[in-house]
Write a protein that binds this ligand. Structure first.
Ligand code: CP
Ligand code: NVA
Length: 301
């Protein structure tokens, strides 16, 4: 593994190794065992979009690994004034040891990896959010003991989270059911990938059918970063695609609910369901730290 550009690039074995390493790093942190695997290394983090969790967990994680995190706000870089990502990649490769980037186009992340000579980590694009889904898989495994054979259900927009959940879930041997609207389906490349898994993947408009017998139910915002102008239209379209007690009655009685956050209570999830599953949701947020430390160790050690 040279980069983490998208979960589509990883094998099930590679994902399992990352989750095992994340569990180990979590154990070491909780028990005060130092783990300075990246002593003397620098991670540059480029943000073209807002972030709380990704920024703080990468920054803290790098410090815990003995390295140095450098936050590079795109608006303060020449990249924000149009310097090509290809040149930025070649310059940063001369100074630092890894790049985390949060941006719009997946092509930018791929170009950084192609032109640079250091590992690149996708901290969210419009196409995938691989770091989040590694944390999600880690959290599900913590609660359920294993992933294989579990049913994952995703309700809502066929966005970056839906894309990465489909790939991560199927690669880990889960069955995945997505309920969305025809005009907001996951990316065609993801649907082509999922088609290779036969009955393990279903795409439906029926939220109750998608949630039937589910072990874990996930959702995400209806308007992602960059889609703010469509928020009202999407709110109207997705009304009825809410994770709430009525929907959860279809899932297994001990089903988990996860949300990558930030959550919009009263839209994709109601406040009662969110609070009933807050322990899982904030474990999920915490696990961003451990999962990303595992990624950095795998790529940058
Ligand atoms: N879930 C997630 O990526 O959160 P941030 O946007 O706060 O980084
Ligand atoms: N789909 C959301 C995820 C935020 C973490 C977005 O891209 O804005």
């Amino acid at each position: 593994m040279k980069h983490l550009l998208k979960l589509l690039d990883l094998s099930g074995e590679e994902i399992t190794e990352l989750l095992n390493q994340a569990d180990q790093l979590k154990y070491e942190l909780k028990h005060g065992i130092a783990h300075p695997h990246l002593k003397g290394k620098t991670l540059g983090m480029i943000f073209q979009k807002a972030s709380t969790r990704t920024r703080v967990s990468f920054e803290t994680g790098m410090v815990q690994l003995g390295g140095y995190p450098l936050v590079l706000n795109a608006s303060e870089l020449q990249i924000g004034r149009g310097e090509p990502v290809q040149d930025t990649a070649r310059v940063l490769s001369r100074y630092i040891d890894g790049i985390m980037i949060r941006t719009y186009g997946q092509d930018e992340v791929e170009a950084l990896a192609e032109y640079g000579s250091i590992p690149v980590i996708n901290g969210l694009t419009d196409f995938e959010h691989p770091c989040q889904v590694l944390a999600d898989l880690m959290t599900i495994r913590e609660y359920k003991g294993n992933l294989e054979g579990l049913k994952m259900c995703y309700i809502g927009d066929g966005n970056n989270m839906a894309n990465s959940l489909i790939v991560g879930g199927l690669k880990m041997g889960m069955t995945v059911a997505v309920a969305t609207l025809p005009e907001y389906k996951p990316d065609p490349a993801i649907l082509t990938f999922a088609a290779g898994y036969g009955d393990a993947f279903t795409l439906t408009g029926d939220i109750a059918a998608a949630a039937a017998g589910a072990d874990v139910v996930l959702t995400d915002v209806w308007a992602s970063m960059g889609q703010e102008g469509e928020a009202e239209k999407r709110k109207a379209a997705f009304a009825g695609y809410q994770v709430n007690a009525v929907l959860m009655a279809n899932a297994k009685p001990d089903a988990m609910v996860l949300h990558c956050l930030p959550a919009h209570r009263g839209e994709e999830i109601d406040a009662e369901t969110f609070e009933a599953h807050a322990a899982e949701i904030f474990d999920e947020a915490e696990n961003r730290l451990h999962a990303q430390k595992a990624v950095m160790v795998a790529l940058m050690k």
